[in-house]
Write a protein that binds this ligand. Structure first.
Ligand code: COA
Length: 625
């Protein structure tokens, strides 16, 4: 069960490493990090073949093998591209990251909503009216500003993974930044680095946007009490009647939004208002109450509210989805966030949110400020008939997408990380094997599976792919429900081997030796050198390898929450999970328009797989493993 906020295990506010500013600390830490390596060509080709084995047919594998032989030939194209990548690595902070941000995010033209930006569902908060909503939202803002002080002062404690320090750059990219739509490619602006960094947030209520200054002229942040008074003024000034849901334009296909954006920005008032949103530290969305639900139904509805807002009849217009960070607080205690993915991955966002949630539980520190504060400024827009038509079009498209998304949040309450750990297995690998088993039981084959692996051990590192479908996982899932003659010890041994293979792939990925970003780099290097794309990348097996019917990610947190995202292919699932000590939160998504997929069925299959795997281990004497 997701427990109410006050019952979750105590977590502790991130403590700054120093009370004062430590100018230059960030840069000196970053300079000490290694650069992302370019893996050896032969190693990637060999590992690529191994990764294809469980997901392609024998004849496809044979063809790919011969294409790879040609690609790796001494003096051939592979060597040339590899040299190009190695040169690029010498001359840049990170040979991959800028390419990756362009290809994976800024040139990706599908709506950011559902297709790219994750949502985050927090435990339901303890209020049910607007007064409670405003009081909580005021503390939330104060909590973000408290975290921001550590970013501004460069006093954020450095994080570690497997004993190695991590790149902290993403923390510097999430506040005061925003995506800007373009006609073929978007961009991201980060105003935190400007000579006059922003001192305001934007608040949206009943589709109406406001600028809320959150610092006094002496640089001190407003207290939670002062923020509460300011939010009350905003709510009074934004009655529901008549406002047009301009924010829904940000849910559009990026090319369409890019065109409308140009129209919108022809007007001076609009330019000033849009710029105020883009420059703001973050956006706070104050939503009305939703219909009463409870348990997993409540959490699934909350996930929808965080992921896309529920369509034009809901809150999709009460957002600015280009904004890197949006906090969402509903009048009924629903609470969470949505973030635009280009600047950062989930873990830094979750670390910030963990801090904020913990901050909201503490008594407000005593601070006196008698200044009377000006009323927050409402942002005005002049909407032409053409833009109005685009708003209506965006409403229709958003409604279609909202109806298509099948989202299920499931709290697996039988056990958490404790069980795999007691069997000396990696909990993440254990969950991934449960996903493999669940999928195999539903479809009788293995599919290309994506799990994000952090590359933050390297300077400005983002992610690579852990390919969870391996030969070892295939052997395990095929044997699991296989002939009765196969005894428990054999099945448990196959599970153990599959978990070990997954953990070994994870280690390879986080140390920059996985295959997917390297293969992408080789392909992009060919394009950069204006060469024709090598056949290995136009091969059917490569397309199959990239068609991720399971797109998964672990996003752990101290708070009992879960992140959620949409599937990456029309006939696939998006699965995000947060393994806590004694339970696991899952968010499973798919599209209703696909006859073959069903999120609730997949969630049940995952639950059954986890339980059956535990039973298997319980029945198998440890000594035999
Ligand atoms: N026996 C006992 N305990 C074990 C174990 C074993 N064989 N293997 C691992 N554990 C323990 C670990 O010590 C750790 O302990 P903790 O709970 O005290 O921290 C815990 O189990 C979790 O380890 P594991 O389940 O193996 O996962 P991980 O924390 O190493 O995470 C990834 C694996 C892939 C999720 C992580 O490396 C990663 O890359 N995360 C970032 C993903 C990301 O960016 N996602 C967002 C995309 S938007």
């Amino acid at each position: 069960m997701v427990k109410p906020c006050s019952l979750v295990k105590p977590c502790h506010l991130v403590k700054p490493v120093s009370a004062g500013r430590l100018a230059g600390r960030y840069l000196s830490h970053q300079r000490g990090l290694p650069g992302l390596p370019v893996p050896p060509l032969q190693q990637t080709c060999q590992r690529y073949i191994t990764a294809l084995e469980p997901i392609v047919e024998a004849d496809e594998l044979k063809r790919t093998r011969s294409l790879l032989e040609e690609f790796q030939r001494a003096g051939g194209l592979g060597e040339r591209l590899q040299r190009g990548l190695e040169k690029r690595a010498q001359g840049s902070e990170n040979w991959l990251s800028d390419w990756w941000v362009q290809v994976a995010y800024l040139e990706y033209r599908m709506p950011v909503v559902v297709h790219s930006s994750p949502g985050l569902v927090l435990p339901r908060m303890d209020f049910t009216d607007q007064q409670g909503q405003i009081k909580f939202a005021a503390k939330l803002i104060a909590g973000v500003l408290d975290f921001k002080t550590m970013i501004d002062n460069e006093t954020l404690p450095v994080e570690f993974l497997g004993g190695k320090p991590l790149c902290m750059n993403q923390y510097y990219e999430v506040l005061s930044s925003c995506r800007i739509p373009g006609l073929k490619r978007d961009s991201v602006v980060n105003h935190a680095k400007s000579p006059a960094p922003p001192k305001h947030i934007t608040v949206v209520h009943n589709f109406q946007f406001f600028v809320l200054d959150v610092y006094h002229s002496d640089g001190s942040p407003l207290t939670a009490d002062q923020l509460r008074v300011q939010l009350e003024k905003i709510c009074r000034a934004s009655a529901p009647a008549g406002a047009r849901p301009l924010g829904i334009l940000t849910t559009q296909h990026r090319d369409s939004w890019g065109k409308t954006y140009q129209l919108l920005m022809q007007d001076e008032t609009n330019r000033a208002s849009v710029s105020a949103i883009q420059r703001s530290i973050f956006t706070l969305c104050l939503d009305p109450a939703r219909p009463q639900t409870s348990g997993d139904s409540y959490r699934s509805a909350a996930a929808v509210q965080m992921l896309h807002g529920g369509g034009s009849g809901g809150n999709s217009g009460n957002r600015w989805f280009d904004k890197t960070l949006q906090f969402i607080v509903g009048e009924d205690g629903t609470c969470g966030a949505n973030y635009e993915h280009a600047p950062a991955e989930g873990p830094p966002i979750v670390a910030l949110i963990d801090h904020v949630v913990e901050y909201t539980r503490k008594p407000e520190p005593e601070r006196r400020h008698s200044a009377s504060l000006p009323t927050p400024q409402k942002l005005h827009f002049n909407i032409t008939a053409e833009v109005q038509r685009d708003i209506e079009e965006a409403e229709r498209s958003m409604d279609t997408l909202a109806q298509d998304l099948d989202m299920r949040v499931m709290v697996f309450g039988h056990f958490g990380k404790n069980v795999p750990k007691s069997h000396k297995m990696s909990p993440d690998a254990f969950v991934q094997m449960a996903l493999q088993l669940a999928y195999y039981r539903m479809y009788q084959h293995c599919c290309a599976t994506y799990e994000s692996a952090s590359l933050r051990m390297f300077r400005r590192g983002r992610t690579d792919t852990i390919r969870s479908a391996s030969s070892a996982s295939a052997a395990f899932v095929k044997a699991f429900d296989g002939p009765r003659t196969q005894v428990c010890v054999q099945k448990a041994d196959l599970l153990k081997k599959a978990v070990a293979a997954h953990r070994s792939y994870t280690n390879m990925a986080i140390s920059g030796q996985a295959i997917d970003r390297h293969l992408l780099g080789l392909k992009l290097q060919a394009l950069e050198e204006k060469l024709s794309v090598p056949e290995v990348f136009t091969d059917a097996a490569y397309a199959k390898a990239l068609h991720y019917r399971l797109s998964t990610s672990q996003v752990p947190s101290k708070t009992d929450c879960v992140m959620c995202f949409g599937p990456v292919v029309p006939n696939g699932y998006g699965v995000c999970y947060n393994p806590m000590d004694d339970h696991i939160n899952f968010a499973v998504s798919s599209f209703n328009s696909c006859q073959d997929t069903d999120s609730a069925r997949m969630a049940r299959a995952v639950e059954a797989a986890l339980l059956d795997m535990k039973t298997l281990l319980d029945q198998t004497p440890q000594a035999k493993l």
